[in-house]
Design a protein around this ligand. Structure first.
Ligand code: PMP
Length: 316
């Protein structure tokens, strides 16, 4: 879908996956004017396909576009485009229990601009790919390392929206961590270097005495749709959930730690390393709380239990 200067998003069309043409002075290439989203389609037992809360992704892209001085497709345009793309790629949605189809909507300043300014034209596109587990550990616990010096987001910056530059900012810390054998990096707030923010591509939760806590959203943390869903699922399962400042000390003394995200779903954290000290949580699998929440969320996403929240959208 194209957005010409002063216009609105066109209806869009389906195209075979392939390279796209961009001016060397496209806004996205020069000034990072780009946003993306990530959501998944699951195959149900009856062969139909379920999307999980696509309007939430549409709304997050709309908010991000505002921050990045970009126009965005309407929620309806976004959801219809996702549906059309998934239906055109139905055969790539894996069978039940064998993974999912990852859907990547992308919005960018595709118009040419030389002096620093918002691009004059925009392109919205969606591509898809079948995926399995995000971490090589599968659903086994992941090992995080806390990064103190490199930050993914600063107050007043763009950490709270899904802009491409946030991901460029984490590549260095993530590469170093992976080379040392860690699964991913956990970032702290850059002012006090004391409070948890999030992991490169997912949100974080701790459990202490059966109370679940997660850092409150405050501009430097991406408002994860899985995070929001897990909070609702946990409350409906009878857990107390707190959204607040969560300190490193609390993390290191937690009973259980887990991450949430579209790609990682709910991933148990097996250990956290901080200033060369490694703290381990539980055994070789899920903690009891993360396991319970994982079961409810994934059953809902796969259409195995009744969707009382009305979160899934069925495609035929
Ligand atoms: N934080 C970051 C930085 C992410 O990239 C993601 C993945 N989108 C998340 C959190 C989790 O968000 P969601 O649950 O919407 O996938």
């Amino acid at each position: 879908m194209k957005y010409p200067q002063g216009g609105s998003f066109s209806k869009g069309e389906l195209q075979r996956f392939g390279n796209i043409e961009l001016s060397p002075s496209a806004g996205v290439l020069n000034y990072g004017q780009g946003l993306f989203e990530g959501l998944k389609a699951y195959r149900k037992q009856d062969g139909n396909i379920l999307l999980f809360r696509p309007e939430e992704n549409a709304e997050r892209m709309r908010m991000g576009a505002e921050r990045m001085c970009m126009p965005s497709p309407t929620v309806e345009q976004f959801v219809e485009a996702v549906k059309a793309t998934v239906l055109a790629n139905k055969r790539w949605v894996p069978p039940p229990g064998k993974g999912s189809l990852y859907i990547r909507p992308l919005l960018m300043g595709s118009g040419a601009v030389l002096g620093l300014a918002p691009a004059p034209e925009y392109t919205f596109l969606i591509y898809v790919s079948p995926v399995g587990n995000y971490f090589k550990e599968g659903v086994a616990p992941i090992n995080l390392v806390i990064e103190r010096d490199l930050h993914r987001a600063t107050p007043g910056g763009t950490g709270g929206v899904k802009t491409i530059g946030n991901y460029a900012a984490v590549l260095k810390a993530q590469s170093v961590a992976k080379a040392k054998g860690f699964s991913d990096v956990l970032y702290l707030d850059c002012v006090h270097k004391k409070y948890l923010e999030e992991v490169s591509s997912c949100n974080i939760f701790i459990v202490k005495d059966n109370v679940i806590s997660t850092p409150a959203i405050k501009g430097t943390i991406l408002p994860g749709i899985t995070r929001k869903s897990i909070i609702d699922v946990a409350r409906s399962e009878g857990f107390q959930v707190e959204e607040r400042l969560v300190s490193v000390d609390e993390l290191l003394n937690a009973d259980e730690v887990f991450c949430t995200g579209t790609a990682v779903v709910v991933s148990p954290v097996g250990s956290v390393t901080y200033l060369d000290k490694r703290v381990s949580y539980g055994g070789s699998g899920f903690g009891a709380v993360a396991q319970q929440l994982y079961e409810v969320l994934t059953r809902l996403q796969m259409g195995l239990i009744e969707d009382k929240m009305n979160w899934t959208v069925e495609l035929r």
